[in-house]
Write a new protein. Structure first.
Length: 385
């Protein structure tokens, strides 16, 4: 919102949105190996403390915008080890349908937090100063670190097995080789990355899209960004409580289609009707429906865990999530670049239409490889499989 107000550039606004994802693209697989090299509870607590400190630095009044963006990049560097450790730890302590249900509940919690976060952020930026909002953000990481410190059982670092000393480069390479040699994991990654890139690309042009729809305040941007997480929350509850475990995996393909189709429809309707003609609520409603379809992430996550050996989960999750956030950054930047010459609603339509075409090969491969399990890369030792 701040960058768009100062520059009126959709591209620079999208760049700001993408900075939070760039560390995953640039160093995610490397940073995520930390989750397999140290006790995972220490990784979680340490990265939360690091983010709290940097965010407090961002809250210093008068900090130049380039410095703020650089500090935001540092905050984002803590995300790959944190998310990899969290995902791997869940898979360590839960199995079978307990893991599937826990994944659903975790995803629902995260989506609810996004809904509340986007809405609260819009209100805080309107009512308080940006520095005060950043201090509140820093405080949430302090609370998280304390909660994890008191609530997590202390477990040793995971055993990697194999012969010879382990290094970060070797761990990173082993995780990448595991995925590259597994058609099943490659198919899962394809669905995850392609569908995510096109589903969330339009978030990078949220500010100009809201302006095109006839509004420009921060609260409206928060509502627009909260629409998809709200849909994912509802869809996650339905999948977790009403869909039998054996049916969840078969829902991935239709749910992916459902996640992209409303984006195409919302963009086309807005383009045909013209700026300021389509009610803001209609676009938000279609994005909520897209979020319902985006709950495909829950059964896909379970399929991923079933296909990865336990000793590789931190690294494999790191590669998967690195690509996930990386493609979100690419999608946001691409959307911003296209929006320099095309309306924001046109970007929305292109995201949905191109996404449906691009994800089709990955969906076909996903169905074809159902039931496959990845093995340890050659030379890594049987204990790692």
């Amino acid at each position: 919102m701040l960058v768009y107000q100062r520059t009126s550039s959709p591209l620079l606004s999208a760049l700001t949105f993408a900075i939070g994802h760039l560390p995953w693209l640039l160093g995610g697989p490397f940073l995520s190996t930390i989750a397999d090299r140290f006790p995972r509870h220490r990784v979680l607590i340490g990265t939360d403390i690091g983010r709290a400190v940097v965010l407090a630095g961002m809250a210093i009044p008068g900090t130049p915008l380039p410095v703020l963006l650089g500090l935001l990049f540092l905050v984002s560097l803590c995300a790959p080890p944190f998310e990899s450790a969290r995902s791997a730890l869940m898979a360590d302590v839960l199995d079978g349908d307990r893991y599937a249900v826990a994944t659903s509940l975790t995803n629902i919690t995260l989506q609810l937090a996004q809904v509340v976060g986007f809405l609260a952020a819009g209100a805080l930026v309107t009512v308080l100063s940006p520095s005060a909002a950043l201090l509140i953000d820093a405080a949430t990481f302090v609370v998280s670190a304390l909660w994890l410190g008191f609530g997590l059982k202390r477990r040793p670092a995971p055993s990697g097995g194999g012969d010879g000393p382990r290094s970060v480069w070797r761990d990173t390479g082993a995780g990448l080789r595991l995925i590259r040699r597994s058609p099943r994991l490659m198919a899962i990654m394809g669905v995850l990355w392609v569908a995510t890139m096109f589903t969330y690309a339009s978030e990078g042009v949220a500010a100009p899209l809201v302006e095109e729809l006839g509004s420009s305040d921060a609260a409206a941007i928060g509502i627009l960004l909260a629409a998809n997480p709200l849909g994912v929350t509802i869809g996650g509850l339905v999948i977790a409580r009403l869909v039998a475990p054996e049916r969840r995996e078969r829902l991935v393909v239709p749910l992916v289609v459902l996640s992209l189709t409303p984006i195409l429809v919302a963009g086309l309707v807005a383009v045909i009707a013209g700026p300021g003609t389509i009610p803001f609520a209609v676009v938000v409603g279609l994005l909520v429906v897209s979020g319902l379809g985006s709950s495909w992430l829950i059964p896909l996550n379970v399929s991923f865990v079933r296909a990865v050996p336990a000793a590789y989960r931190g690294r494999a999750f790191g590669v998967a999530v690195s690509g996930l956030y990386g493609v979100q950054a690419i999608g946001a930047l691409g959307a911003g670049l296209v929006a320099e010459g095309v309306s924001a609603s046109g970007v929305l339509a292109l995201s949905g239409g191109l996404g449906l075409i691009a994800v089709t090969p990955a969906l076909v491969a996903y169905r074809r490889t159902r039931g496959s399990v990845a093995g340890a890369p050659a030379g890594e030792g049987p204990s790692e499989a």
